[in-house]
Each structure stands twice: as C-alpha cells, then as structure tokens.
Design a protein around this ligand. Structure first.
Ligand code: TRP
Length: 337
C-alpha cells in the first residue's frame, strides 16, 4: 500500500443481513474501485447499528454477513483494510471527546436524527441515536481520512465532521485532517423497483421493490422483470418522466460496465420487455457468483475471523496513534506527564 496515496474511509451498517442493490451500486462498488487508488479503510459499523434495538445473536450474525459480502464484492484484505468497528475501541473513546466539543443545538439540527426521532417518538429515541453523527465523525477523524465516499444522505454528517475537525484543530492545535465528502456519482441513487420516486432502502413499502443480494437469484430476476415502468414504449433516460426506466438503465449500465447512452442505442426500437428480460439475466449472472462467494466466507469462519482480526490490527495501529495525540492535546494524564 503506497504511503503517498490519499486515504479514504467509509462504513456500512450491518443491520439488514443482506446488502441490497442500492448499497452495492451506490457505495460498495466505489469502495472496491478506490482500493486501487487510495489507502483505503472500510468498516462494518456495528456500534452505529446499536442505535436501533438489536437482538444480540442477530447483530453478531449480521456483522459477519456484512463483512463476508464486502469481501465477496471484491474488497481485498491485501489492498485495503477491512474491519469491524467494535474491534477498535478507539472509536468510542474519540467519540466521547468529540461529544464534549459538539453543541447540543448543533447535534439537534441533524436532519436524519430529526426524521428518525419524530418517527420513533422521544421515549424510544436513544441518546445514542442523537450522538450517532459524532461517532461517525470519530470514525473518520481517527484515520485522518482525506475523503469519505458516502451517499448523499450523509452529506450533513460529513459537514459536522469537518466542523468538529476544524474546531478541535483551532482549540488544541493541528491534529485532524479535514476530510472531503465524496458523494458517489451517477449510481448514488438506485430507486425502488415498485416506486421509482423513492430510494431503494430496506424499509421499502413492498419486498418486490428491493433486490437483496443474498436472496434467491431467480426471485431477484423476477423482481426486475416486474419493475414498475411508465406506459410509454421508448427506452430513454429521463428521471422526471421515466423514473422506472431510468433506474433500470442505471442498474444495467453499472452491472454490465457500459453506459446509459450505449444502452439507449442498443434498445432503440425494442420494447421495455426486452430491456427487462436482458437486465434480469445480467443480474442473475452477477448475483449468483456473489452469493456463492459470500457463502464460502460464511462457511469458513476461521478464515473470516482471521481476516477481520488482521484488519482490526491494521486499523488500530492508526487509530491508537491519533487517539494518543488527542488525549495528550486535551490534557489527559499520560505516561509522559
Ligand atoms: N452513517 C453511515 C451510513 O448510514 C455509516 C457510517 C458510519 C459511515 N460511520 C461512517 C460512513 C464513517 C462513512 C464514514 O451510511
């Protein structure tokens, strides 16, 4: 891993077992590409997952499934650092320091918190959910990441991270790198197959709208074939007028490594049925080996554990150094004093 490469870091929640197509095309695929050009750190954020009530065994299983899928998607432990957030205690330690630097009002303005807490009601909303963005800032700042590939919904959290980094640096001296957001372009927004006006998400209104990568491939192919489209017949990218077709074109172009323009040409004069059938096959061909690779990792816990242990060790080497500096700067007693 070349030391002069810029550093990236990102995280994904292990909440839902299987990743869906939106997770993969909107984030994980970008991670795989960036391991070639960056000094990359990628983690499964199980501490963040605890902001929602979790069954302990399910959380443990989902963390392993998430890690297995990251590896199956092409993250290579020789080229990047893959780890589980809770394996590196420095995340929670730095989060405390940053909590003490974050205004109550400032945290209260985070729109994701506002949305979620309104939905859940104050009594079911935890303080953990409130400080979720501060923990995310700790994740990022510990590694002095230059860039953070995230979906558009994380933009505000990234902005808070930058503000906290600058505040710390101004108060205690240059310590943190102020990271840039890297909002994943084009495929950032994969939409629901049944309601193309909303983002594909695990809280989809109907299971038919979401393609889970670990589902039976034939059932996923069927979902593509029954995706909601408009009543026109022309295959053309137009998010406004043809959100369903546009979404299918985006998915197709990404999975088949081609462009939307090329697909528009290829399907000129052909109907929606042809596009859907072909995309269903493309998906089937991609998802089947992905699923097999994931299963192989899950069937071999010894290998998976050792990859994650090595990842944690590499991550900790960086995180511990940053935290030691922070502890020193804020005035904690250390061995030196
Ligand atoms: N909050 C992010 C999400 O829901 C996940 C996350 C946690 C993350 N820590 C991070 C993303 C650090 C990037 C960097 O998508």
């Amino acid at each position: 891993m070349a030391l002069d490469r810029p550093r990236v870091l990102s995280g994904i929640q292990p909440t839902s077992g299987s990743f869906h197509l939106g997770n993969y095309l909107g984030a994980v695929r970008q991670w795989v590409a960036q391991q070639e050009t960056h000094d990359a750190f990628y983690m499964v954020v199980d501490l963040h997952a605890l902001t929602v009530v979790q069954d302990a065994e399910a959380l443990r299983a989902n963390a392993r499934i998430a890690a297995a899928q990251l590896l199956a998607a092409g993250l290579d432990p020789e080229r990047c650092t893959v780890f589980i957030q809770s394996h590196v205690p420095e995340h929670a330690q730095l989060a405390w320091v940053l909590n003490c630097l974050t205004g109550f009002g400032e945290a209260s303005r985070m729109t994701q918190f506002k949305d979620k807490s309104v939905k859940q009601g104050a009594d079911r909303t935890t303080v953990g959910l409130f400080t979720y963005p501060v923990l995310m800032a700790a994740d990022i700042l510990l590694y002095r990441s230059d860039a953070v590939p995230v979906g558009g919904d994380q933009r505000q959290h990234l902005e808070l991270t930058r503000v906290l980094a600058e505040r710390f640096n101004a108060r205690y001296g240059e310590t943190f790198t102020v990271p840039d957001a890297f909002i994943v372009p084009e495929t950032a927004r994969i939409t629901d197959l049944q309601d193309p006006s909303v983002k594909m998400s695990k809280s989809a209104s109907t299971p038919k709208g979401i393609v889970n990568l670990l589902d039976e491939p034939r059932s996923s192919a069927k979902k593509i074939r029954s995706a909601v489209t408009d009543t026109d017949t022309v295959i053309r990218y137009d998010e406004e007028k043809k959100p369903g077709i546009s979404n299918l074109l985006t998915i197709y172009a990404s999975l088949a490594d081609t462009t939307v323009a090329e697909l528009e040409q290829r399907y000129e004069g052909k109907g929606y049925g042809a596009l859907k059938t072909d995309l269903a096959d493309v998906l089937l061909d991609w998802v089947t080996p992905f699923r097999d690779r994931t299963r192989e990792y899950l069937d071999d816990p010894g290998t998976l554990n050792s990859i994650l242990a090595q990842g944690a060790e590499k991550a900790r080497a960086v995180a511990a150094e940053t935290l030691a500096l922070v502890y020193e700067r804020v005035g904690f007693l250390t061995a030196k004093h």
